[in-house]
Design a binder for this molecule. Structure first.
Ligand code: ADP
Ligand code: ZN
Length: 431
């Protein structure tokens, strides 16, 4: 399926384990020497870097989390002298204070390679033209895609997010074959292409979308509307360089991740113990060669599971499933814990509605209420709205035990986003 890989290395399990062990030992020494906060953390855990003898020792290491980044603001967990830092990036700040991460030149090179591997997995060639429609500047997204695209040898069209007219003009004039954007932006673009009747004037074959969870329905809609050959989910986060910690392969059965660059553990967020192989839990990441801000058992708060079987595409790098969402996204509604992804999954079952939904929470007379707005599918009649709303509501009640009010909207009526969509609007503390 893949021939002559230029960027993705092939390791046997033994080779990979040896790279991971050496990388972990290096990281521990490096962080201990270079960063007071890490030294204190390891000392408190009674762990000195020399104690680390086998990979299974990883469970003895203390965790790092977003609080460690916050405490060290503005340059948290910096582990090299400042003169070695060549760049900073910051997270988009979806949840709380912005995280600022610092990069050495080697870190930038590692990231560049990771991203080039992603383009290789997406099976691009130097003939491809890649429209990069994600945020540039402080954010990692634009910088990461561009670094990787140029290193891979394809042509980067660095448009950034927003400005639909401009995006459409480039789509028709320069005929990019691939777009990198959020799924929300891709949906908006696809709707716009149809509205303007540009289907025959574009040459798009692939979309790489990341930064937010998306449902299979959303993806199918985009693929069908734009007549794509493939679309790929790309995971990543600012703490671990940026986008490109892995990518789906052409088989689309989960995402291969770069296990020679970081170790991925999945833990139970309550007990903090590793979950049994293949079960869902919180992703915890330990970097193996990151210099500026190494991560030791960093709790990402993202929920996911490792796929344990080998992939039919033949690539040996391990895989994880799509990211289900963040543990911070959990809604506590009348005492029930709910993830927006669970609701999205139920909505997937209904063919008469589109992929778009919005959850509104408010409080009346001390009681919580949940309204879920969904869109009727294009060309579907509104005559059945009432019955459909009842069916959806009943299904949600039976699956997650909560009462909801379902409101059907005309196609295209829910807000569209050029970045990450906001699916939950919680006004319970304002009422
Ligand atoms: P933040 O949004 O926390 O400010 P980032 O801009 O670095 O920080 O975004 C990283 C986060 O975005 C991840 O931790 C994850 O929650 C989410 N994310 C990134 N890629 C994906 C993806 N492919 N699927 C689902 N969620 C994703
Ligand atoms: Zn594969």
């Amino acid at each position: 399926m893949y021939n002559n890989l230029r960027f993705i290395p092939e390791f046997s399990i033994d080779e990979l384990e040896s790279i991971q062990l050496k990388g972990l030992q290096w990281t521990l020494n490096h962080a201990y020497k270079g960063c007071m906060a890490y030294r204190d953390k390891l000392d408190q855990a009674g762990f000195s870097p020399g104690d680390f003898k086998t990979l299974s020792d990883i469970v003895k290491l203390p965790f790092t989390d977003v609080e460690d980044l916050r405490l060290g603001y503005p340059l948290p967990l910096l582990s090299v002298p400042q003169e070695d830092i060549v760049r900073i990036h910051a997270s988009s700040g979806t949840t709380g204070k912005r995280k600022i991460l610092a990069y050495t030149q080697n870190d930038i090179n590692t990231w560049k390679n990771m991203m080039a591997r992603c383009f290789e997995l997406a099976d691009l060639t130097p003939m491809d033209r890649v429209q990069i429609a994600v945020g540039y500047g402080l954010w990692t997204a634009g910088a990461g895609f561009q670094l990787g695209c140029e290193h891979f040898g394809a042509m980067a069209l660095p448009l950034g997010p927003g400005n639909l007219d401009f995006q459409l003009q480039f789509l028709t004039d320069l005929k990019p074959t691939c777009i990198c954007s959020t799924a929300s932006m891709a949906l908006l673009l696809s709707e716009q292409v149809v509205k303007m009747g540009l289907e025959d004037q574009i040459a798009l074959k692939k979309i790489i979308f990341g930064a937010e969870p998306h449902t299979p329905k959303m993806r199918q809609t985009i693929e069908k509307t734009l007549n794509l050959e493939h679309s790929f989910d790309i995971p990543g986060m600012t703490e671990v360089y940026g986008p490109g910690t892995g990518l789906e392969c052409l088989k689309h059965q989960g995402m291969h991740y770069w296990a020679d660059i970081f170790i991925l553990e999945i833990i139970d967020p309550l007990t903090l113990q590793p979950v049994p192989a293949g079960e869902t839990g919180e992703m915890v990441i330990t970097t193996l060669c990151k210099e500026g801000v190494p991560l030791i058992r960093y709790r990402t708060r993202d929920l996911c599971r490792i796929l344990t079987e080998s992939c039919p595409c033949g690539i040996k790098m391990p895989r994880h499933d799509r990211i289900l969402g963040r543990s911070d996204d959990m809604i506590i509604f009348r005492g029930v814990n709910i993830y927006p992804g669970q609701i999205a999954e139920i909505l997937e079952e209904f063919n008469d509605i589109s992929s778009e939904y919005q959850i509104n929470l408010n409080r009346q007379k001390g009681l919580d209420f949940m309204k879920i707005s969904v869109e009727r599918k294009v060309n579907a009649s509104s005559d059945n709205d009432e019955k459909l709303a009842q069916r959806i509501s009943a299904r949600i009640r039976s699956k997650i035990m909560v009462r909801t009010e379902i409101v059907l909207a005309d196609p295209g009526k829910l807000p569209r986003s050029m970045g990450k969509s906001r699916r939950v609007i919680d006004e319970r503390n304002n009422t």
